[in-house]
Design a protein around this ligand. Structure first.
Ligand SMILES: Cc1cc2nc3c(=O)[nH]c(=O)nc-3n(C[C@H](O)[C@H](O)[C@H](O)COP(=O)(O)OP(=O)(O)OC[C@H]3O[C@@H](n4cnc5c(N)ncnc54)[C@H](O)[C@@H]3O)c2cc1C
Length: 319
């Protein structure tokens, strides 16, 4: 029986939705034994959710509070757990934190690493991932294990399949080298929901024109229950923080609905959002490439269209 580990990511005592998607990948193989590797200090309330979503075992890795600030030691602890439990594969979300940790673990284990997986066939060891900014999809056959895989956020829907979720405390034999001293942690300036996890994203590009104008996107987003994203041109111009950037050098997103406002539709932007279920482009240039690639195109001025949408969604619905 294959033993598969999952890196559990949680926030405020809640398991991240992207992690539940990763667990669903494993639960496609009923005979696989799922080891949920908990690292965060606030995981106690997560355990019922992990059981409901198919954790056979919940490995509580010790010293979690200290490990959380030291990426090298955290990776060493996970790599040690992979050995200790004889895991055949380790999966995590291909978000920012997951990419960092999975790559470190793969390096320590000298194991094959594939990030941003769109399809996974664990039984046959075959994965598919996008290549060259999404221009091609590569099919890879994994050979020597343990396989270390990052799953693109939101590609897999969560799956309810209760399992016992036996708790196993594990003290990883990690020596704290503490080559980095964490002096201060400040919250980023992104605000609002994380674009990597959002089901709806409304993004702004250079066409939004200024940081102040991003307010019209935020107003609409709060009524849509959406996260706000941005193109690189908007980020480079200082209209939005880098944490919101979607694309090849930003975040990869897969929401149910992606609304691109004043974004031309470059290859690099599409590399980060082309797996969105429905894309709406709002642009005043009828020749903008976005219109070749979206499901619905609205030709017009975003400063008229977005506020009209906000009014329509508001309590009065006056648009
Ligand atoms: C190596 C590399 C990596 C990159 N990584 C990324 C990345 O991660 N993400 C990313 O986004 N880009 C990335 N880029 C940059 C990318 O090539 C484009 O330059 C960028 O996506 C353009 O952003 P934009 O669409 O906002 O701006 P523009 O291309 O300037 O488009 C602005 C659009 O707004 C429209 N517009 C203007 N005013 C209005 C209005 N009032 N109403 C409606 N529409 C209006 C215009 O018609 C235009 O189509 C990368 C480039 C390179 C070379």
């Amino acid at each position: 029986m294959a033993k598969i580990g999952v890196l559990i990511e949680s926030k405020g005592g809640e398991v991240r939705k992207t992690t539940l998607g990763v667990m669903a990948v494993i639960r496609q193989v009923p005979e696989a034994e799922l080891f949920a590797l908990e690292m965060a200090p606030d995981v106690e309330p997560c355990r019922e959710v992990l059981r409901r979503h198919g954790a056979d075992r919940i490995v509580a890795i010790g010293a979690a509070a200290e490990l959380s600030s030291f990426p090298e030691e955290k990776a060493a602890a996970v790599a040690a757990a992979v050995d200790h439990f004889g895991l055949d594969a380790l999966l995590g979300s291909s978000g920012q934190a997951g990419r960092d940790l999975l790559a470190r673990v793969a390096s320590l284990k000298r194991a094959p690493l594939v990030l941003d997986c769109l399809e996974v066939d664990l039984a046959r060891g075959i994965v598919r991932k996008s290549h060259f900014s999404g221009r091609t999809i590569a099919t890879l056959q994994l050979k020597t294990g343990p396989w270390i895989l990052g799953i693109r956020p939101n590609v897999f829907a969560e799956r309810i399949e209760p399992r016992p979720g036996e708790i196993i405390p594990y003290e990883a034999p990690v020596t704290f080298r503490k080559r980095i001293t964490v002096r201060q942690i400040r919250r980023g300036d992104a605000g609002g929901p994380d674009v990597s996890e959002a089901e709806i994203i409304i993004s702004g590009g250079r066409g939004v024109g200024s940081a102040e104008n991003f307010r019209i996107l935020r107003d609409c987003a709060s009524l849509l229950g959406a996260a706000v994203g941005a193109s690189r041109a908007a980020v480079d111009a200082g209209y939005a923080p880098h944490a919101l950037q979607v694309g090849q050098t930003g975040k990869t997103v897969s929401p149910k609905l992606y609304i691109a406002c004043g974004i031309s539709g470059s290859v690099q932007h599409f590399a980060g959002m082309k797996t969105s279920k429905v894309v709406i482009g709002i642009n005043r240039d009828k020749d903008a490439p976005i219109f070749q690639k979206c499901d619905y195109g609205l030709l017009g001025d975003l400063f008229e269209i977005v506020p009209a949408l906000t009014r329509a969604l508001g309590p009065d619905g006056t648009a």
